[in-house]
Write a protein that binds this ligand. Structure first.
Ligand code: ADP
Ligand code: MG
Length: 367
């Protein structure tokens, strides 16, 4: 099912009695999710992700704008008629019901043509339990399950009615790191097998990047960028997006452009033909540095961090916006730790410049 959001806006009245200013949790959001895609909705805490899901499932009404499932305008449809499956961070299983009863629960309320016999419900639940691989646990109570298993039950419950759209609101946040990795792979598999259009909300860029067909990056209720994870990483539209994606994060410096050359302090670090003279933020991905004793960019060497295959050179620079600079180089490279400075050349495709005032990306010709 294709999902279309048209100029979707949600405002909340101010909770602060002194200021009348309302909170715009979702601000004029327009985008379309093709049928069967898994979208990662990514943004910092408080940016409006949960509000967005609440609007899509109908738990909240938009202040303005429209929502379509396929060609159906569902904006005024009550939640129970939208055909949405929801999974929250707190799985909220019924503690007194078994796993099987938890999964069949949404089927009990079906009426009319959709009404199912007990036998049909058990069959359906068993099939879905197989899909999320909890079919051996059907007689247990939620308290007898691990966190990861509970989350699978919650996903099974959301899927049992074969929703048109599946919404997952930070579903992995309560799991430990290892289980998080495993469960996100599972979610990806389940989504592929069912082909249900899915929105996966997270504040964790790593999670969004690994699981999504496309990511939507938002901040303060505003959509900043949509695209394939790698494309957004390689081609961020502004400083916020560039900083939000990537581990270790992008290194940011104060710099300026003069006569087609990019300066950081005294160093002329890169040709940026086509960019006008102005003050800029310079973003350099950790993998954008090349160790080069004759390189143009000089930093103060602090040390090395070994990360298996790669080595991270840690250095400082007075124009850096971050306390330290992390540059990733292959472990075969030798770094002279006795030297107080380290020199780098830069890979042009891994260097982004942003207008100082608006933080918008400035394009330049890569030679
Ligand atoms: P996220 O899920 O990205 O953390 P939310 O959608 O929960 O963000 O919240 C977005 C903004 O809207 C926040 O500033 C939050 O305080 C505000 N907000 C959310 N729900 C309400 C509400 N029911 N009443 C007033 N403000 C709300
Ligand atoms: Mg939230």
């Amino acid at each position: 099912m294709k999902l279309v959001l048209q100029n979707l806006t949600k405002k909340f009245p101010s909770r602060n009695r002194k200021s009348k200013e309302e909170v715009v949790a979702v601000n004029d959001f327009t985008f379309e999710i093709p049928d069967g895609e898994l979208i990662g909705l990514l943004g910092p805490s408080g940016c409006g992700k949960s509000t967005m899901l609440n609007l899509i499932c109908g738990l909240q009404k938009p202040t303005s704008g429209k929502i379509f499932f396929g060609d159906d305008d569902v904006t005024d449809l009550p939640p129970e008629h939208r055909g949405v499956g929801l999974v929250f961070q707190n799985y909220a299983l019924y503690p007194h019901l078994t796993v099987l009863q938890n999964i069949t629960f949404p089927l009990e309320n079906l009426r009319g043509e959709a009404k199912m016999t007990k036998q049909q419900m058990v069959e359906k639940a068993t099939q879905i339990a197989g899909l999320v691989q909890i079919d051996g646990l059907l007689e247990r109570k939620p308290s007898e399950l691990s966190g990861g298993q509970q989350q699978r039950v919650a996903i099974a419950r959301a899927l049992v009615k074969m929703p048109r759209v599946l919404l997952l609101d930070e579903p992995l946040s309560n799991l430990d790191a290892r289980l998080r990795l495993q469960t996100r792979e599972e979610i990806k598999r389940i989504q592929r097998e069912t082909g249900i259009t899915t929105i996966f909300v997270t504040h964790d860029q790593d999670e969004a990047m690994s699981i999504s067909d496309r990511i939507v990056v938002m901040k303060d209720g505003v959509l900043h960028q949509i695209g394939k994870p790698q494309d957004v990483y390689d081609d961020p539209v502004n400083l916020f997006v560039a900083k939000f994606l990537g581990t270790p994060p992008i290194n940011v410096f104060e710099g300026f452009v003069k006569d087609g050359k990019l300066h950081i302090g005294e160093d002329i670090v890169l040709d940026v033909k086509g960019a006008a003279d102005e003050d800029v933020w310079v973003g350099i991905r950790p993998e954008g540095f090349v160790l080069d004793e004759n390189g143009p960019f000089s930093c103060t060497l602090s040390g090395l961090e070994v990360m298996g295959r790669d080595v991270s050179v840690v250095s400082t620079n007075e124009h850096s916006a971050n306390p330290v600079i992390r540059s990733i180089i292959s472990a075969e490279n030798k770094v002279d730790l006795s030297s107080p400075t380290v020199r780098f050349a830069l890979k042009p495709k891994k260097v982004f410049i942003f207008r100082k005032s608006t933080e918008e990306r400035i394009r330049f010709d890569i030679g």
